[in-house]
Structures are given as structure tokens and as C-alpha cells.
Design a binder for this molecule. Sequence first.
Ligand code: KPL
Length: 296
Amino acid sequence: MDIAVVGAGSLGSLLGGLLAREHDVTLVGREPHVGRVRERGLRVTGVESFCVEPAAATEVPDAADLALVAVKSYDTAGAAAALADCALDACLSVQNGLGNEATLADALDCPVLAGTCTYGARLTEPGTVAYTGRGEVALGASEGGPSQVAERVGAALDAAGVVTTVAEDMPTRLWGKLAVNAAVNATTALARVENGALADGPAREVAHDAARETARVARERGVDLADERAVALVESVVADTAANRSSMLQDVADGRRTEVDAINGYVADAAESPVPVNETLARLVRAWERGVSSGG
Ligand code: KPL
């Protein structure tokens, strides 16, 4: 299968590297990373260590069987515009936050699948990605139910050794993942701790409250996600990724914009009644972002 991985950051590079063992992959990302991949291949180190030679570019190709979108949520509209001119059979979003599939579907002619991904990755230098945790990609129709396209894409990921579940309950899974990100990302970014610090440390209850609020908002929108299930998801991700630095902690450490608007901000915007923990986390992270963008 011809796969364009749009957003060759940490996660996109890891998934692209895994997929390149079986498929024709083009990594679409930024310099100097893509240039280094073109010159010397992509090195994957950690859980598994190997080198692959995918194509690498700063622009999306003219055609691909699948576009796997892994850009930051604030870049989804840009990725959708770039992909609008690419002949595609299918598109799969494995991004954080909610609302990405709708943005992509508005711009593209092909089916857009929803995905969640719990693999852990970190770009350590241009051309090299650390594979920090084996996880799972769950994918399916964003509105739920069966999908032949999802079956085909799932089989392609599976053939490359990516742990894959083709799921008919993506709305619940997307909200479950949102609860995990709402709980873990801003908390670890603000406290500057690894995910494992939420297992028993002082921020544990902040994270659990953020997850409960997210589950309540999911139920307000007709998605069946119990508080206990959301907290259990957080506990299991925290245990499985204890040594990981969340993507938001990585963004903050590197002085980059975060995905808070599509995570805690999304929960706050979608809520019918107050969600004080998500609102507070969103405000604090936005305050940090404003300080960085004004050079503070
Ligand atoms: O998705 C993640 C992220 O960091 O964005 C988790 C699952 C929290 C792993 O770190």
C-alpha cells in the first residue's frame, strides 16, 4: 500500500517507520528531519531498533492509497487543505483531540476514518525517533458501526506489525482517549512530571477529576462513557506509559504551542455545565503559551 504519513513528528515518524517495513511510505514533515531521512534513512531506537528508508518530503504527494494524518490538532485545517489535491482512497486521523475527522472530511473526497493511538514516541534528533512504548491503534468509522474501508486499512497496519483493532465504537473510544489526554497532558506539562507521577502523586486527583468531567460531557453528547471507565483508562495509560513524557510536556519543554485547545479547551467548550478542572488546566496552559509567544 502507498501510505503518506502527514505530520512526521514523533508519533507520525514512529508509525511511518513501522509501516515502512511492509509498505511504500512517504513521510511528510519539516526540515531538517525529512532531509536527514532522505539522506540516511529513518532510525528507530528503543522498544525495537531498526532503520528504514521511506520517501520523505515537505509537501504531500499527488496520490496515495492512504493518508495517515498525525499533525498537531491546530494544523489539521492546513493538512486538510494540502491533502485536498492528493488522490486518496482513504484517510486516517491518529491525532489528539476531537474534531479532526470532521475538518478533514470537509476538505477530502475519500472516506475519513477516526483513530486513536497509544504508541509512545519521541524525536531525539533529526532522522531518529525513540520508540518508547508499544501501544495500539484503534480505527473505524468516526460515527461508529462497521466499515469495509476500516477493515482494509486495519489489515494494512496489522501486516506491518502495528498492533491494530478495527473498532465499531469509535465515538466512545475517541471520548475515552480525550479523557486520558485531558487528564494526563496538561497536568504533566504544568507539573513537569512524567506520566507515572500521576499514579499516586499529588496531581493524581486533578487528573482523575479532569477525566470524570470529560466523561460527563461525553454523556451530555450521547456517548456512553462512565466516570469509572474514564478513570480506569487514565490509570491504565499512566501505568503503561509511566516513563513517558506526554506530548504536551514535550511541547512545553521545547517552547512550542500545545494542543490544549483541542483537549481541555474542547471539553470546556462542549460542556453544558461547568467543568472547572478542565477550564483551569486550559487557562493555565494558555497563559504559559501566551508568555512564550510574547517572549516571556
Ligand atoms: O497521548 C498521549 C500524549 O502524550 O499525547 C498519552 C497517551 C498521554 C501518552 O503520553
